[in-house]
Design a protein around this ligand. Structure first.
Ligand code: ATR
Length: 298
């Protein structure tokens, strides 16, 4: 039977199609399927990338099942990144340093490999804005998984890190973990004193949920008036793209880096491992994600 002329050709998924996806709970909000399927189409690769909603507690069963079913690997997002760290057979250095895994690769020898690309994705995004990440000092707000991955990547580039977190004990614990890994250049300042550290810093990085849509209410608790004119202000929040912190930074004439690029750059390694092509990060994929966020009213 002939298809009607205005019907789109059905997408072919066959025995040779390379499969990957993102495991999370919830996972419906993830932009990763949009991004990876865009690259698959762009490069004409026979592959598919799907959202995989997996409840807490079912993570390992799901991973073993996907491996047995022939998937090439998956991304891992909230709340499974620490569970992924525990079950993999081989951890690369980035995963060991960040204590979490966001990219799983099912290797041909049956082993599961774990990578953490958040920190490198952050650095790559800053560098894509024409800002060298090398030496100097960063004030890093937050002490969660993202803070740890980013701190480790900054320290690897000789950037000293000052941590500030609402819950001081978490910042101290993170500083201890980072120092154990041969990184003495880590300081902690009290959350209420973070403005005093700002004049010594070349970079400010927000990894907390402050400013995120649906996040904690209230103004950003940092006055940028004490910042030097060369301060680079980075927010890893990307919904909305223009956070209150970035708006304030722009009003002070400071250079800004928003969080959308980190999302794109952290995806690159997985795509290369699963589908065999290193995707070039161009304006098209950023425009696609930006339009999608806008369509959702964000
Ligand atoms: P992730 O692993 O994604 O980084 P997380 O572990 O939940 O996420 O960390 C969220 C960060 O946002 C934490 O640093 C948290 O501070 P606490 O350790 O004190 O909880 C921070 N955060 C959340 N709500 C906040 C608020 N209202 N004010 C300041 N920091 C907040």
């Amino acid at each position: 039977m002939k298809a009607a002329p205005d019907m789109p050709a059905p997408r072919r998924i066959g025995g040779a199609t390379a499969l990957a996806g993102v495991i999370g709970w919830p996972v419906a909000h993830s932009r990763s399927p949009l991004m990876h399927n865009f690259w698959l189409a762009q490069y004409g690769i026979d592959g598919a990338y799907v959202p995989l909603p997996v409840r807490p507690g079912a993570f390992e069963t799901a991973v073993r099942g996907l491996q047995a079913a022939g998937f090439r690997g998956t991304n891992v997002t909230i709340p499974h990144k620490e569970a992924a760290f525990r079950i993999v057979d081989r951890l690369d250095r980035s995963a060991r340093r960040s204590g979490s895994v966001n990219t799983l690769v099912f290797a041909s020898d049956g082993m599961i490999e774990g990578f953490s690309t958040d920190g490198e994705g952050f650095v790559a995004n800053v560098e894509a804005h024409g800002i060298a990440v090398k030496g100097g000092r960063a004030l890093l707000l937050g002490a969660g998984g993202a803070a740890r991955a980013i701190a480790a990547s900054l320290l690897d580039r000789g950037v000293a890190v000052i941590l500030a977190n609402r819950t001081a004990a978490r910042a101290e614990e993170l500083a201890r973990a980072l120092r154990e890994d041969a990184a003495p250049a880590v300081e902690v300042v009290a959350w209420d004193d973070m403005a005093t550290a700002l004049p010594r810093c070349d970079m400010l990085v927000n990894t907390t949920s402050l400013g995120m849509e649906g996040g904690p209410p209230g103004d950003f608790p940092l006055d940028l008036a004490t910042a030097g004119p060369a301060l680079v202000v980075c927010d890893i929040v990307y919904v909305p793209r223009q956070t209150a912190l970035l708006r304030d930074a722009a009003a002070h004439g400071l250079r800004c880096v928003d969080g959308l690029g980190m999302l794109i750059h952290q995806a690159r390694l997985g795509f290369r491992k699963w589908f065999g092509t290193d995707p070039v990060i161009g304006p098209e994929v950023e425009a696609l994600l930006d339009a999608d966020l806008r369509e959702q009213g964000r």
